[in-house]
Each structure stands twice: as C-alpha cells, then as structure tokens.
Ligand binder design. Sequence first.
Ligand SMILES: [Zn+2]
Length: 155
Amino acid sequence: MASVDTLLHAIKQAGLRLTPQRLAICRLLAESKTHPTAMQIYQQLKPQFPSLSPATVYNTLEALVSLGAVNMLGQAGDDEVHYDADTTPHVNLACVICHRIVDVTSSYVLYLDQEVSQNSGFKILGARVLYYGVCPECQSKKNLADEHHSAGGAQ
Ligand SMILES: [Zn+2]
C-alpha cells in the first residue's frame, strides 16, 4: 500500500506545487481501495475544494504515474482509466458488469516478475496484471435473474 508520504514526495520530485488540492488527491489515492478514475477523484473532492479543476487532477495523476508512484490500470470495461496507488505485486480483477476492480495477492506474481525479467533482460519497475470476470455479487444477481426468468417461462 502506498503511503501518502511516498505520493507527496513524488509530487515534489515532479516539480509540482504541493497545494491543498494535490494533498487531498494523494490522500484519496493512498486510502482508496476502489481504484478510482480521474473523474471519480474529481467528483469526490469537488465539494470540499470548489476551485478544483479536472486539469489539476489529471496533471497530478500524470506526475505520479510517470514517477512510478501510481499505476495506471487499463479500463474496466467502462472506457475509463483507473488508478492504483498500490504498486506492490498483486493481481487486479475487474468485474465486467459493475466495473469494480479488486486486488488479489498471489505469490505467483512475484515469480512472474522474475521470469519476465530473466527472459527479457528488462529491469522490471512495475507490473499490471489485470483479469476480467464477473464478481460474486454480480454472479448471484445474474443467477437470481435467470431463476426468475425460467420460473416465469414455465408457467
Ligand atoms: Zn460486479
């Protein structure tokens, strides 16, 4: 889990001014477990910082990503880029129905890093392992809908 300090350090390293807005963005990223999109961050902080602009959110995220403090995840089927402040090896699982992204730790991810590094000669700085699927909640909702449907059809 990334600490707020790591993110604040990256902001300074990038030469950006540490404003209360940027501090709030870093806090939100460090505490969030939901892998927010830039727009979700903006909407969550806007009531607290009426002067906040989407551009500030985007350039802050861009700086954090370029320094490796935050990973940019692919979209979760919703055409939005999600951000992840946890740069330790783990697997992301995206639900294609509700678009949530959850983290799963797997010891294999570490081995995968090593194997990729050995086979390519690359020094690995980070990794994004993203699986797509249907989360348990959406599976049970779908099962309920199917049961309802077949019950209705039998009458
Ligand atoms: Zn779901």
